[in-house]
Design a protein around this ligand. Structure first.
Ligand SMILES: *Cc1c(COP(=O)(O)O)cnc(C)c1O
Length: 334
């Protein structure tokens, strides 16, 4: 089976399994797991923030960030196809009791500073006030676009001018960093908090990191407990996470394979495939995406339906060059 549905489907390497078995552990709810503490300090360094918190999933990291930054009844500005708004079960309304105000980030999911200024709402007797701006990089739904730090800076500055904090959903921030050849910390520089997943292209079985100021992380830690995300001997899963953080350079290979996959599939009749910026390939299909996926599935190739006529394919570390060739061949058969 060639599974291109997501970069979350990777299974842990032998080294990761060995690291899990050998991990020094303690009770992380008491802050006593040395492996978790090491992971949090390494992640804080790489993300350029004072502190970081290990959380079970990217979704929980984003939800904790929204809850920590905002007060009940405020508005949150987000890109209309972003994960925090669209793919987290409306969690910001459920957990934080905030209202979403969406902005159209266009083809690449970039929010312009004017959009932040226009979307901002000043609190008064009738209006709730804007409590947070959420940005996403790479932008998943727009095909893994790697947004340059200058765009992130500009949107963040527009929010900060109005006293609005900024959260960056960097589930695939290290993909953006690899594609743009800049440190992840540079991209996240103007964000007050940033979430990044260990369990996607970096290959860890579980976990994401939420980073920010020491004060923010102290408060986020209480929200994590509230949401049931306080884990005990979590060093067992944090140890593979430490190895995952060293897989950052390997993401370039996923990006190269994604470009090759896109070029190959673009030559297949009935498919239009723009060149990807990172590891996410969006395939426009003449026929309904579901039907094309069914027929690919019969040939042991899996992808995700992303729209009526859009399929998403993700490269990751369980996909090699041969898998790319085989996928293109089988797509021709379809
Ligand atoms: C995958 C993803 C998340 C959520 O991560 P999970 O660990 O699956 O909960 C958040 N944001 C973006 C952009 C993602 O792609």
């Amino acid at each position: 089976m060639i599974d291109l549905r997501s970069d979350t489907v990777t299974t842990p390497s032998d080294a990761m399994r060995a690291a899990a078995a050998d991990a020094d552990v303690g009770d992380d709810v008491y802050g006593e797991d040395p492996t978790v503490n090491e992971l949090q300090s390494r992640a804080a360094d790489l993300l350029g923030k004072e502190a970081a918190l290990y959380v079970p999933s990217g979704t929980m990291g984003n939800q904790i960030a929204v809850r920590t930054h905002t007060e009940r009844g405020q508005e949150v500005l987000l890109e209309e196809a972003c994960h925090t708004y669209k793919w987290e079960l409306g969690g910001i309304a459920q957990h934080s009791q905030v209202q979403a105000r969406t902005l159209d980030g266009g083809e690449r999911g970039v929010i312009a500073p004017e959009q932040v200024r226009n979307g901002y709402v000043q609190a008064d007797d009738h209006r709730p006030g804007t409590g947070l701006l959420v940005l996403e990089n790479t932008h998943n739904a727009k095909g893994g676009t790697a947004i340059a730090p200058e765009h992130i800076d500009a949107a963040a500055e527009a929010a900060h001018e109005r006293g609005v904090p900024v959260h960056l959903d960097g589930a695939r921030l290290f993909n953006a960093a690899a594609a743009l050849d800049v440190p992840a910390a540079r991209i996240a520089r103007e964000a007050d908090s940033v979430m990044s997943c260990l369990s996607k292209g970096l290959g860890a079985p579980i976990g994401s990191m939420l980073a920010g100021s020491s004060d923010f992380i102290e408060r986020a830690r209480r929200v994590r407990k509230l949401m049931g995300g306080g884990m005990r001997q979590a060093g067992i899963v944090a140890a593979p996470g430490l190895l995952a953080l060293e897989n950052r350079d390997r993401l370039q290979e996923d990006h190269r394979r994604a470009r090759e996959l896109a070029a190959g599939l673009d030559d297949v009749e009935g498919m239009t495939v723009p060149q990807p910026e990172t590891n996410i390939v969006l395939v426009e299909t003449d026929e309904p995406a579901r039907e094309v996926l069914d027929r690919l599935g019969e040939r042991d190739v899996m992808g995700s339906a992303f729209g009526e006529h859009t399929i998403r394919l993700c490269t990751h570390w369980d996909i090699d060059d041969e898998d790319i060739e085989t996928t293109v061949e089988r797509a021709r058969g379809v």
